[in-house]
Design a protein around this ligand. Structure first.
Ligand SMILES: C[C@H](O)[C@H](O)[C@H]1CNC2=NC(N)=NC(=O)C2=N1
Length: 102
């Protein structure tokens, strides 16, 4: 099935179910924070595993106790699609397992 860019309204609607995620119109992003560096690093590895499963990859950054994701779909020219939202949902589901602060 072809991947289509979502309208800005659709993106905003879908983000209502993903608290903490924001959009600038061309991407969706979130930063998570943790008790320290190691849990943040473990979260990065877990996200990498999910991204490989989905075949869809965010710009993923590791700080001292933070993990940042920013993602759009390159194959449609850098717009937000359902693949980006699916990745965000998958990441949200594992965040509590790593002790991410709400
Ligand atoms: C062949 C491979 O699945 C594609 O190049 C994937 C890889 N990961 C990707 N990630 C993102 N964010 N957008 C893409 O279009 C994309 N394409």
């Amino acid at each position: 099935m072809a991947v289509e860019p979502l309208s800005q309204k659709d993106v905003e609607q879908r983000l209502q179910e993903l608290p903490g995620w924001t959009t600038d119109g061309d991407r969706i992003s979130r930063t998570y924070s943790f008790e320290g560096h190691f849990p943040a690093a473990a979260m990065v590895i877990h996200i990498a595993q999910i991204q490989e499963e989905l075949g869809h990859h965010s710009d993923l950054t590791l700080g001292y106790n933070t993990v940042g994701l920013s993602v759009n779909t390159h194959s449609v020219g850098g717009k937000v699609t359902g693949l980006d939202v699916e990745l965000a949902r998958r990441v949200e589901a594992i965040a509590p397992l790593h002790g991410a602060r709400p």
